[in-house]
Design a protein around this ligand. Structure first.
Ligand code: SAM
Length: 235
């Protein structure tokens, strides 16, 4: 049994396959540190055409996801496996997802992600299931699938043992409230631009100091809001 189990409920589970089985997410699965279970909400519809949505009461555009198939799907999937899941509904109306939330989720051993589509969910789904609600940003996507991928990717790379080098994730942008420092690789000169001398010198103390200064400078110039950590949760 992997360290972290994801259950993703969606109307379009097929869109996840290549994403979940490529690069770091595939490595996490191979190392048995994460596992991904996809569930089609339509499988839980009792309608003979597998319908899961209907016109909104009161009129207006689009379709709304109905209570019955969604609640049945969540209850059935929640009962699968041995561990209880932290349950998350993806919605632009949720708490903003950021690195601290990803760190918190990486401590879990099971996460269930519910993706909406069309105009979203019948409000009674929210009331009945009492999910935690997460938004990946202040814009509206057509469905929760891309948002679920963002959450899975950001969380899995923080699970200890997933990234090759043990400090890889602790040194990235946001981990310590700073953006990452500039990175360089071969060749040492490209179109007249030289790699900073300090990185070629091999003095690890000087390299660390240079990186810290560059990270601070970059954070101040680009994201001064990060300098005041308290603002992040209220965004
Ligand atoms: N009518 C909804 C509203 O204005 O709040 C938007 C529905 S959106 C077109 C359809 C689905 O996409 C949502 O139910 C949600 O699952 C997902 N979604 C859209 N934007 C999102 C965001 N910023 N973060 C997380 N999920 C999002």
């Amino acid at each position: 049994m992997a360290r972290l189990r994801f259950d993703i409920l969606s109307l379009f589970p097929g869109v996840f396959d290549p994403f979940l089985h490529t690069s770091i997410l595939r490595i996490a699965e191979e190392k048995q540190l994460a596992e991904y279970h996809l569930h089609d909400i339509r499988d839980y519809s009792e309608d003979k055409h597998k319908k899961v949505d209907a016109r909104p009461y009161g009129g207006g555009p689009g379709m709304v996801l109905q209570c019955e198939p969604v609640v049945r799907a969540v209850e059935a999937v929640g009962a699968m496996g041995e561990r209880s899941a932290r349950t998350i509904l993806l919605t632009p109306q949720g708490r903003r997802f950021h690195q601290k939330v990803a760190e918190e989720l990486a401590e879990e051993d099971r996460i269930l992600l519910l993706c909406g589509h069309y105009e979203g969910f019948d409000e009674r789904i929210r009331k009945l299931l009492n999910f935690e609600e997460l938004s990946i940003g202040d814009y509206v996507l057509s469905g929760g699938e891309a948002a679920a991928m963002v959450v899975v990717d950001a969380v899995v790379r923080l699970v200890p043992g997933v990234l090759g080098h043990e400090d890889s994730s602790s040194r990235e942008s946001f981990a310590e409230g700073l953006l990452d420092y500039p990175q360089y690789t071969r060749p040492p000169m490209y179109r007249g631009m030289k790699v900073p001398e300090v990185l070629l010198g091999g003095n690890h103390r000087e390299i660390e100091m240079w990186r810290l200064q560059e990270a601070e400078k970059r954070t101040y110039e680009r994201r001064s809001d990060l300098c005041d950590d308290n603002t992040r949760d209220s965004e």
